[in-house]
Ligand binder design. Structure first.
Ligand SMILES: [Zn+2]
Length: 71
């Protein structure tokens, strides 16, 4: 199953949209929200709370903070 290029969720067959760049790279989007955030607003997935990449970045920040607190 393809994974959304922005939020990282799996895309159910028959839904979502495939976007092909001029370079030939293909991007899958699960929703209009993800498409607009990626193509128009040019946001980084790591900076959004609701994406898989954003949650991982948050976990990394918490791990860093707790490692600092232990010192
Ligand atoms: Zn998505």
């Amino acid at each position: 199953m393809p994974v959304c290029a922005f939020c990282g969720r799996e895309i159910v067959p028959g839904t979502g949209r495939l976007y092909v760049l001029n370079s030939g790279k293909t991007l899958w989007f699960c929703s209009k929200k993800c498409r607009v955030y990626y193509l128009k607003r040019k946001r980084k997935p790591e900076k959004e709370k609701w994406t898989v990449a954003g949650r991982k970045a948050k976990e990394r920040r918490i791990a860093l903070l707790s490692a600092k607190a232990k010192k």
